[in-house]
Design a binder for this molecule. Sequence first.
Ligand code: TNX
Length: 542
Amino acid sequence: MKYKFVPVALLLVIALGSCKRHTSKDLSKESLIPKPLSAKATGSSFEITNKTSIYVASQAHEVLSIAQHLANKLKPSTGYDIKVAYAEGPENGNIFIRMSDDPSLGEEGYDLEVTEDLVTLSASKPAGLFWGIQTIRQLLPPAIEATTVQQGPWELATGTIHDIPTYAWRGSMLDVARHFFSVDDVKRYIDLISFYKINTLHLHLSDDQGWRIEIKSWPNLATHGGSLQVGGGKGGYYTQEQYSDIVDYAKKRYVTIVPEIDLPGHINAALASYGELNAGTVVPVEGRIEVVKTSGILGGKQKPTELYTGTEVGFSTLSLKKEATFRFINDVIRELSSITPGPYIHIGGDEARATKKEDYIEFINKISEIVKANNKKMIGWEEIAQGNIDQNATIQLWHSNEYGVMGVEKGSKVVMSPARKAYLDMQYDSTSRLGLHWAGYIEVDSAYQWDPASYAKGITQRDILGVEAALWTETVTNMNDIEYMVFPRLSGYAEIGWTPATERNWEEYKVRLGNHAPRYKALDIDFYKSKRVPWVDQKELH
Ligand code: TNX
């Protein structure tokens, strides 16, 4: 050891200790998705250390639990036991969370200010704070998402972010009917979508192939109607308790669950569970679809259909002339409403090709009253625009701009899910290992390059509640499959819903998206590595 250098080294240590250096970091170069409304860089950094606490200037339980959520997220990778405590004012070295009285931030906006000494997050509503926390996560190195302790430093670029979403409905749909997914899978899905500030999870809970929610007054729906899935494998269903657990989990992540029972078509699972719901004209037999005139009477009752495990659409219908049918619908909507705190019930309404048009219209008119009587708002696929709908209904556009315009003319709002752009079950290209392509191939650039407000002539931003990307699961059987179809496209849909169209540009976005590869990796997301995206090395966790 060279003794004469010791004093110099010592001096250096003292100098460094007395004046902590801050790494220069450029906030404007950070790859935030969705891109914030505005971000101003100040060129330095704040470091989260084992001394950092989160202070909350609110006694509200909800705000404290948001702060705790952040502390819990930071713990596994940093190894720090970050304390959450109430404090009226900020103290240097910490993260400070407060409610703001700036009404312009609305329901979901937030302000984030990062200086060398302090991180201040404010919002006028808790949801805004929660979205601000997702931004904090994205400002930290990707390694922050790891589940085991990683090497720091844990620095955030300094500057200010002012951020407000464009659309109130930023959704994703998960079809748990064609293939069933466990409560844990749904929770993981919620974690992943909320990381990108998506606030709505539409669960497609019933279809020809499966009924996935327990209805206590019609128990066979779940036990029999939910027993199989596409391909003939074992299905499953959520008990009402499990469903409530999902709803609670989502609520803590500021995600609203919108449950869908698809009526009056896409209903074979119910027809197979209760014979009295059948018109008795069309039934799937051993995987084929057969027209069976009006026979099939069994002990004075209509015969239930066979369970169906194929992937045809449009062959089943409720018999809309029967008392039993409306007793069934009333019971289902009542039970579903009672376990759904969110404002919406989705009644399906798509592809009812086996239902007579006049019966269909009468059905829509009746069900809108039933949903209203349960104090819920009705949403349905675009075809419901044919009924007597008004401003109380929301239509989900998937295929036909005409139905979309028809709905708007009747005063309804629209959720935009055009299949050509926003169907997560469409293959990326002809070589994709999963997916369909009836609406075309949707590569990552195509999924990003469209604007809901100019997609359909006659439907303007004023008419649009938001955007929803739908994952139908005829070909999707497990969580890895889900992740492969959903990512990276979902990050782009999240940005379409959040960031103004004028701020969006594929050439710029694709670089930010490429920088998310290590983040996907740290989150263990099995994403599609599109050649159109300049992915950075997934091992770059800092
Ligand atoms: C159409 S879109 C459907 C679904 C299918 C999907 C497959 C819509 C409202 N109905 O039943 O699963 O295509 O892409």
